[in-house]
Design a protein around this ligand. Sequence first.
Ligand SMILES: [Fe+2]
Ligand SMILES: [Fe+2]
Length: 187
Amino acid sequence: MKSNDVLKEFKAKNIIIPKELIPWMRSNHAGETGAVWIYKGAKCVFWSKKIYQMALNHEKSEIKHLIIMQHLVGDSERSKLLILWKIMGFLLGFFPSLLGHKTFCITINAVETFVRKHYEEQINYLTGNERYSALLYVLQKCCFDEIAHQKDAEKQIAGLKFSSIARIWFSIVEFGSAVAVKVAKKI
Ligand SMILES: [Fe+2]
Ligand SMILES: [Fe+2]
């Protein structure tokens, strides 16, 4: 995937980041790093075709998102804990996948539900501000992909019965993602 093509596709070349959004952008960069690693982890469970195929599809857009965030968030502004986000992402992709397709989909649905809300907050903040319309476009485009990921995972588990453990797991993943974002905004 060529970075230049991705930047063009997202119209992300000349973008101004408002100062107050730098912590948010840092968490976006950290989050997209984690997302790429979630799907890397899931792809290790290559014997499940369903998991592998979905991970491969989603990973393609996460790589694009990461290219965008790497372009928008300079080295000095990035999270100092990237190695941690990579490891956590990998584990979050790998272990649920080992347990099977349903657990993988519940996990992805939870993560993407959180990411969607995270982008929507920023989109709401920027909406109506002409000066940042280019950034708004990028975030909307990323968010659009996350919604597709969320729906894709949801569709696969629609109609299935959920144990209370599954419900608790969904909340843990959402809560864990929220904590990670809080930390990544600061460090
Ligand atoms: Fe993403
Ligand atoms: Fe995603």
